[in-house]
Write a protein that binds this ligand. Structure first.
Ligand code: UTP
Length: 289
């Protein structure tokens, strides 16, 4: 079955980025010349997705505005004959059909996904977190879709982390059935490093099947008083086979201060307009090799 819909949850509070996120959603913070969320939407478009379902919340209307038409701005750019900028601005509103649903209270990622039940309906779908960037030659979502086309089962994107980082992630144990693809045997939420030999951490890209909604409806509040997607995934894995895919690419947690700086540097260095100057600056001014 062809996957047409991508759920992008953006309703989290972004407390790790306060005070920047007091009035601005973290997904609207800029990486070089566009907000994080635009990279995310561009990734799903490049992967052939036809519809985005955004889970928004209080204070997040700037995200919807960013992808909407801005009649006033477009008229002014037209009057001033700023054709390149006009094209750029129009391109964003024409990227893809976006529907949104409101999560009235930030009760967790699992709860955010549950809010999309009626909009998703009875078909498999992609989940891409609004603050998780993956820089890859083949878009990460596309890589997962390729695996789904083979196995037709839920898939989580994973990448190797160091022993010290394990306790910050959902970790997957599995049997590698082909290059980069694992049949999941166990999933753990934020385990102590000594409790697992695996270093495969779940990141913000998933392919889910609609049976996840019934599981989410019955998932009790977990870690941090929130309904956790990982808890529901663990139940899904108990009921049926799920897979993990070690994607090719570099992942940045843009919802975290350090991850955001790493992403900014990486995207600035490869930016056609400012990349060479940024490289020269880092080499000269900061004496980096
Ligand atoms: P995070 O774990 O990054 O949580 O959520 P957060 O609340 O956004 O940020 P911090 O930890 O307080 O800094 C992962 C993803 O799930 C979404 C977030 O918007 C983010 O894309 N999310 C989280 C929701 O949509 N709703 C929630 O209730 C929680």
């Amino acid at each position: 079955m062809r996957i047409r819909k991508a759920v992008i949850p953006v309703a989290g509070l972004g407390t790790r980025f306060l005070p920047a996120t007091k009035a601005i959603p973290k997904e609207m913070l800029t990486i070089v010349d566009r907000p994080t969320i635009q990279y995310i939407v561009e990734e799903v478009v490049a992967s052939g997705i036809e519809q985005v379902i955004m889970v928004t919340g209080s204070g997040k209307s700037a995200i919807e505005d960013h992808f909407d038409y801005s009649y006033e701005l477009e008229t002014i750019l037209e009057q001033r004959k700023k054709w390149t900028l006009l094209e750029e601005v129009k391109k964003i509103s024409n990227l893809i059909e976006i529907t949104s649903v409101r999560q009235k209270r930030p009760l967790g990622l699992g709860h955010a996904i549950l809010c999309t039940k009626d909009l998703v309906g009875n078909e498999p779908f992609v989940v891409v977190l609004g603050d998780d960037l993956v820089d890859a030659s083949i878009p990460c979502t596309q890589q997962l879709l390729n695996v789904f086309n083979e196995f037709h089962r839920p898939i989580v994107a994973v990448y190797p982390v160091s022993k010290e980082e394990i306790h910050n992630y959902g970790i997957v144990e599995g049997e590698e059935i082909k290059e980069q693809t694992y049949r999941v045997t166990k999933m753990m939420e934020k385990p102590a490093p000594e409790t697992t030999d695996s270093n495969l951490a779940i990141i913000g890209r998933y392919i889910l099947t609609p049976d996840i909604f019934t599981i989410l409806e019955n998932t009790p509040t977990g870690h941090g008083g929130e309904i956790q997607l990982t808890d529901a995934l663990m139940e899904l894995a108990r009921q049926n086979q799920i897979y993990a895919y070690r994607f090719a690419g570099r992942r940045y947690d843009a919802g975290d201060k350090f991850g955001y700086i790493q992403a900014t540097l990486a995207y600035a260095l490869k930016h056609p307009e400012i990349g060479p100057r940024v490289r020269e600056y880092l080499q000269k001014e900061l004496c980096l090799g």
